[in-house]
Design a protein around this ligand. Structure first.
Ligand SMILES: *[C@@H]1O[C@H](CO)[C@@H](O)[C@H](O)[C@H]1NC(C)=O
Ligand SMILES: *[C@@H]1O[C@H](CO)[C@@H](O)[C@H](O)[C@H]1NC(C)=O
Ligand SMILES: *[C@@H]1O[C@H](CO)[C@@H](O)[C@H](O)[C@H]1NC(C)=O
Ligand SMILES: *[C@@H]1O[C@H](CO)[C@@H](O)[C@H](O)[C@H]1NC(C)=O
Ligand SMILES: *[C@@H]1O[C@H](CO)[C@@H](O)[C@H](O)[C@H]1NC(C)=O
Ligand SMILES: *[C@@H]1O[C@H](CO)[C@@H](O)[C@H](O)[C@H]1NC(C)=O
Ligand SMILES: *[C@@H]1O[C@H](CO)[C@@H](O)[C@H](O)[C@H]1NC(C)=O
Ligand SMILES: *[C@@H]1O[C@H](CO)[C@@H](O)[C@H](O)[C@H]1NC(C)=O
Ligand SMILES: *[C@@H]1O[C@H](CO)[C@@H](O)[C@H](O)[C@H]1NC(C)=O
Ligand SMILES: *[C@@H]1O[C@H](CO)[C@@H](O)[C@H](O)[C@H]1NC(C)=O
Length: 659
């Protein structure tokens, strides 16, 4: 390997293409005219990153001033950052892709000696671009101990040192961005959640009194890019900068379009695998070998926050972008699926009446796409269905898939298994989705859209804090249920507005542990919600069976965001009861493995579940009727972290039908 002095190469800065990849004893470096990235050979992370000469990382100091780098919660004891051991493999790549564009690349790989599990990270830079294409590989081959553990967290992080600060703003998506909070004097109110005492801080006046990394979380469905913006106050010449993680492809993530995760909190994350909001994670078993990516860390300069965000977003959900380049580097990146092993999915769907915002998802065959972690070779794709019912999904790995379709306004999903994608072919299907029905709909509450955002403190913008464009992002305890619903919830169908008369969370108990504003629990008028409605004799005539459908956007049992059953916890499985005009129906027992950590982690879309309560239509009467939705009284669980102990559910939508 030839050793270059990079400084002397950079000095005669020129417009000629000189993408290069070099190494010396301490680091490997890839650079083009504008971007320079070096990986430390003793730490395994990027510790030098400059754009047009501006240092984007600040001073390296422990775990800050570095990245993008890989770490995981995947060894027996938990977290591991590969690249610091005595037997780390580094490779430097250089070449020209099939479009004639030069590229350079670096890889780092380390095997964790006690278990034999291996992690690898890849960074690539192309001529003419100012970003890093990243891949992360997890491999485990161990016949004697075939079961290792779950891949609880896998992520890469761009983690600048904010002292002194370069980046001034955190950006989730086109709807939500805020100045970096002043954390001086902060008080812990919940796990990773703080009360901020500086009342003049622009974050506090703009967003609110609390900061948590979950405030900035997002759902993957429409998520294109997120990151940080620098307003220029900390850059060497006053120019603005942006650092972004782009979801150019989503095929190697898990959980489908409803998956949500952390995106930015001072670190720009690429969250690859996690159970933060309750999704399952894959097990690492003998033969596990998956390469995640490509993802793209994009760096830019010289524009407003929105301009630089949009510049990054143009690559979001664009699997065709750079496809030829990815084919060309497949020889360096294990498991990378080239274009020749991909096909196109085309569908024409006859959608039910009233379907809006419809989506088609291809993911692991024969399982709910929210659980697509069982087959670790399976990939996932989705696309929005247009007004003609048509959707095209390009570059789908040849395999057999389940197609799932859902739409706002329609209860239930459409699924079809065994959709075969063939290399270099179009798979075209024409399907008819007939919406599920159990007779005549008497009423519905909310919009079936997989979210509890339409209820109080969901998607509504804050009336007092201009940057809080969606109230659910704020620490939940700020919305005091007891003050707002002193008599509990009483909802009159056809009269009340769900956006104000129904809360975005149905708690069992409110206040106490992890509630900074109400430290003493309140038990009464919390766990039972009452729904009042009228029916006419005409509506009920000749009807035998009534069906009450409950769709939940999330539910928290004692299992929290884990899928672990704890026999000493009474609410590991959570009984949810519906009472019709004074008579209880058999409870729906929500299982521990469908539990999410949702509202308390600033979310209104988590693991979706549904149940149909079927009962004798004779239990309904002409005139006034009452349905009570009940969680057990004072139902709590043990929490090892500072998190509220109450169980809860978050409604997507409800409806009553008779036939
Ligand atoms: C190796 O390269 C890095 C990155 O360019 C540079 O910072 C460092 O000084 C070099 N080290 C030596 C020993 O030349
Ligand atoms: C790299 O390290 C070797 C062995 O320590 C040394 O002989 C060599 O001079 C070093 N090269 C550079 C460029 O520092
Ligand atoms: C600041 O630096 C950037 C990158 O070198 C350059 O494009 C820009 O013109 C400079 N701006 C000022 C105000 O000097
Ligand atoms: C270093 O790691 C490589 C790859 O995992 C392995 O093949 C080799 O045996 C290791 N060497 C030592 C000395 O552990
Ligand atoms: C397999 O796992 C066991 C237990 O973690 C470990 O002792 C053993 O060294 C591993 N084997 C290999 C080949 O890495
Ligand atoms: C992981 O393994 C555990 C223990 O065998 C099992 O209960 C669980 O269902 C597995 N999960 C997945 C996603 O494979
Ligand atoms: C797939 O369909 C597109 C039109 O959408 C067409 O241009 C292309 O030739 C088709 N490919 C194959 C392999 O049939
Ligand atoms: C199960 O719950 C009990 C309290 O009910 C708690 O002490 C224990 O730590 C829990 N076990 C696990 C594995 O979380
Ligand atoms: C409501 O809550 C109370 C207290 O938990 C309970 O006794 C009652 O059975 C619940 N259901 C109805 C229909 O009131
Ligand atoms: C609620 O439950 C907690 C613990 O499970 C218990 O300490 C408390 O006394 C209960 N409160 C009421 C009013 O039942």
């Amino acid at each position: 390997m030839r050793i270059y002095n990079i400084v002397s190469l950079l000095l005669p800065s020129a417009s000629w293409a000189f993408l290069n990849a070099v190494e010396n004893n301490s680091s490997l470096t890839i650079f083009n005219e504008r971007l320079v990235a070096s990986v430390s050979k003793s730490k395994g992370y990027v510790n030098k990153l400059t754009l047009d000469g501006q240092n984007l990382l600040g001073t390296e100091d422990g775990s800050t001033g570095v990245g993008p780098y890989l770490d995981c919660y995947c060894i027996p004891s938990g977290f591991w950052t590969p690249g610091r051991g005595s037997n780390v493999t580094y490779n430097l790549y250089q070449g020209t892709d099939s479009t004639g564009t030069k590229y350079g690349g670096i890889s780092m790989g380390e095997t964790y000696a006690p278990t034999g599990q291996r992690l690898e990270q890849y960074w690539f830079l192309r001529e003419g671009e100012t970003g890093l294409h990243t891949f992360s590989r997890v491999a485990y081959y161990n016949k004697t101990t075939p079961f290792l553990r779950n891949l609880q967290e896998l992520r890469t992080m761009f983690r600048p040192n904010h002292d002194p600060p370069l980046f001034t703003h955190f950006v989730t998506n086109e709807k939500f961005a805020a100045p970096r909070p002043d954390t001086e004097g902060e008080i812990v109110v919940q796990d990773a959640t703080w009360y901020l005492p500086n009342k003049d801080d622009p974050y506090v006046t703009g967003v609110g009194d609390y900061f948590t990394k979950y405030t900035f979380q997002d759902t993957w469905r429409d998520h294109k890019a997120h990151g940080m913006w620098a307003d220029g106050s900390g850059s060497t010449n006053g120019t603005t900068y942006g650092a972004w993680l782009v979801h150019n492809t989503v095929e190697t993530y898990f959980g489908g379009p409803l998956h949500s995760d952390l995106v930015v909190d001072g670190i720009v994350y690429n969250y690859i695998s996690s159970n933060h909001h309750g999704d399952q994670t894959p097990n690492i078993t003998d033969g596990f070998d998956r390469t995640f990516g490509p993802q793209y860390y994009h760096f830019n300069t010289g524009g407003s926050l929105d301009e630089l965000r949009q510049d990054a977003e143009q690559y979001g959900h664009k699997p065709e972008w750079n496809a030829k380049f990815y084919d060309s580097i497949a020889k360096h990146v294990p498991n990378l699926v080239t274009s020749s092993a991909r096909g196109t999915f085309k569908a024409k769907i006859d959608l039910p009446k009233g379907a809006k915002n419809a989506i088609a998802v291809l993911a692991q065959n024969k399982v709910d796409y929210q659980d697509n972690v069982y087959d670790t070779k399976a990939y996932q794709y989705w696309g929005n269905i247009d007004n003609n019912g048509e959707v095209t999904i390009p570059r789908v790995k040849a395999d057999k898939y389940r197609l799932t379709i859902h739409a706002d306004g329609v209860f239930g999903d459409y699924t079809e298994d065994d959709i075969v994608i063939t290399p270099s072919k179009n798979t075209s299907i024409h399907s008819k989705w007939t919406a599920e029905s159990s007779g005549t709909e008497l009423w519905r509450i909310g919009v079936p859209d997989k979210s509890s955002g339409e209820y109080r403190h969901g998607y509504a913008p804050s009336p007092t804090h201009p940057l809080l464009t969606e109230e659910y992002r704020m620490y939940w305890a700020h919305y005091d249920f007891v003050d707002e619903f002193p008599e509990g919830v009483m909802f009159r169908v056809g009269k009340d507005d769900a956006a104000t008369a129904l809360n975005y969370v149905h708690w069992s108990v409110f206040g106490g542990y992890a509630n900074y504003e109400r430290p003493t629990p309140v038990y009464d008028n919390i766990n039972n919600w009452t729904i009042l409605f009228d029916t006419t004799a005409h509506q009920l005539i000749g009807k035998k069976t009534a069906t009450f459908t409950v769709q939940l956007a999330g539910a928290k049992t004692a299992a929290g965001n884990t899928d672990i059953y704890n026999a000493s916890e009474p609410y590991s499985n959570l009984p949810y009861t519906v009472n019709i005009n004074g008579a209880d129906l058999a409870p729906w027992v929500i299982p521990y493995h469908h539990s999410s950590s949702c509202a308390v982690r600033s979310a209104v879309i988590c693991y979706n579940i549904a149940h149909k309560f079927s009962f004798d239509a004779g239990m309904l009467k002409a005139g006034g009727n009452t349905i009570v939705l009940s969680l057990p009284y004072n139902a709590t669980d043990y929490e090892s972290a500072v998190l509220p102990q109450s169980v809860y559910v978050q409604y997507d939508a409800l409806r009553l039908e008779v036939e």
